[in-house]
Design a binder for this molecule. Structure first.
Ligand code: SME
Length: 159
């Protein structure tokens, strides 16, 4: 397995453009979802040094923690609760510049200041979400949403 180092000096968009084909190469030939999502979380954490990056799966009508990188997180989130449960309910991405201003935000870590959640959709149903937390305010923007959405579309093919 040969991963090319992605230069931090590149723009965020260039970093995503370089990473996404590498993610596809990394997962090629491996069918196991947990194995692939674990490596995806590791690669993104390594590149962007986010506070927390991980996946929650819809299981029996709640979100259950999946592969992640970062501090210990809450294991279950109810439909419509927190940023993740709201993204699931709305079937849409959410960028939160300041988590303290988001009603019902679920604080897994007091260090987390801003957040982005992207739903992973298959057959018009949310089957999982990608959740990314930053220890900086207003860390995520349209570029993150654009490329994490491309990633979620790719991951949807795993299910
Ligand atoms: N803050 C999220 C909960 C998950 S943790 O951030 C890992 C939320 O409000 O849904």
């Amino acid at each position: 397995m040969h991963l090319v180092n992605v230069n931090d000096a590149l723009s965020k968009e260039e970093q995503y453009l370089s990473l996404l084909p590498q993610i596809e190469a990394l997962c090629e030939g491996e069918q196991d979802i947990i194995a692939n999502l674990s490596n995806i979380a590791a690669l993104l954490k390594q590149q962007f040094n986010w506070w927390w990056i991980g996946f929650y799966f819809v299981k029996n009508n709640e979100l259950v923690l999946g592969p992640f990188q970062g501090p210990v997180a809450c294991t279950r989130i109810q439909f419509g609760k927190g940023v993740c449960g709201t993204s699931w309910q709305n079937k849409s991405s959410i960028i939160v510049d300041d988590v303290e201003q988001f009603p019902g935000h679920i604080a897994c870590s007091s260090q987390s200041k801003s957040e982005i959640v992207i739903p992973i959709i298959k057959n018009n149903e949310v089957i999982a979400v990608i959740d990314v937390d930053s220890e900086h305010l207003s860390h995520f923007d349209d570029t993150d949403e654009k490329y994490l959405t491309k990633l979620s579309e790719y991951i949807s093919g795993f299910f």
